[in-house]
Design a protein around this ligand. Sequence first.
Ligand SMILES: Nc1ncnc2c1ncn2[C@@H]1O[C@H](COP(=O)(O)OP(=O)(O)OP(=O)(O)O)[C@@H](O)[C@H]1O
Ligand SMILES: [Mg+2]
Length: 352
Amino acid sequence: MSDIQLVNLVKSYGEMQAVKKISLHIKEGEFFSLLGPSGCGKSTTLRMIAGFVMPSAGRILIGSDEVTHLPPEKRDIGIVFQNYAIFPHMSVAENIAFGLKLRKKSQAEIEITVTSALRQVGLVGYEDRYQRQLSGGEQQRVALARVLVTKPRILLLDEPLSALDKALREEMKYWIKELQRTLGITTVYVTHDQDEALTMSDRIGVMQKGRLEQVGSPEDIYERPETLFVTTFIGHSNVINVTVKGRDNGKTVVSFGANTILARALEGEVAPGSAAKLVVRPENVVIGRTGEGLPATVLTENYQGALVRYRLSLGEQEIVVERQNQSNVSRFAPGEEVGVSWDPERSEVLVA
Ligand SMILES: Nc1ncnc2c1ncn2[C@@H]1O[C@H](COP(=O)(O)OP(=O)(O)OP(=O)(O)O)[C@@H](O)[C@H]1O
Ligand SMILES: [Mg+2]
């Protein structure tokens, strides 16, 4: 088995705790992303799994093996970093063969393995090139191939695409996901890019200030955020200040200004009168004529090609609405009075 268990994992640097008691079970074959802003402890967590950073407390298990105090080379992991670390004085083939030579494999075996790795990463014909003759994306493919030939139990990737330009990042994220799926290798992927995490992952762990805020599938994280931090870090959210009124038919009743509306049920009991935040994604708000929903006024309209983005005033507050720019969809002008609505199940009440 090559699942990974982190048990109450802590890393302190003096007074500062970079990682605060993280417990997590990453399943065999899973593509798991650690997502969060700069400094939240993603790389520190990954480096503890790799063995480059020793935990201050807690345990790490890979399969049934306790690896907490093992050096990196005894953990059977492959790691790729942000800055492609391929050797400039070696050709692509020599770079990929490097780990195999260290392991004293026969020349025949090395040749077969390197050829198959080149095929896996789509670099057949590139074997004699050097770093300076490769694009950033190709260098990252070499770095991956070099790791994969050693057949690690788990693959650890620390922002491997962040040095690439946007177009290449787009292409590489699908490519890496596809490769991972084909190989079925347990993978931990560190990124601060929500799009990468949402597109590539089976599950995401959102981190903030050394803690795991929420763990779930991309849909869970995007559609059912459990904290205000998660909802604002992943995509744009409208956050409306509301007062909780009570329950109605398995929904939560909230009010703001003169409006009383329903939202997805809160878990647990919340005292009526409590202040809360109502969270609605811009793409879930429907704009209609006056009377079709809550009264609102268009403040601005922004044409963005595939999307049109509106800023509206809704009572005392402002919300953002995004609509697909389809030919049969009417547009609204600044100053226009409109009605807005959304499916209650697509709105979340978060109590601070
Ligand atoms: N060797 C170290 N000594 C002291 N503090 C450290 C050390 N390594 C990391 N830190 C601190 O621990 C915190 C977490 O760092 P980490 O590198 O894990 O963040 P990150 O989430 O990977 O951020 P980024 O997205 O910028 O890479 C940061 O505040 C960082 O300054
Ligand atoms: Mg980092």
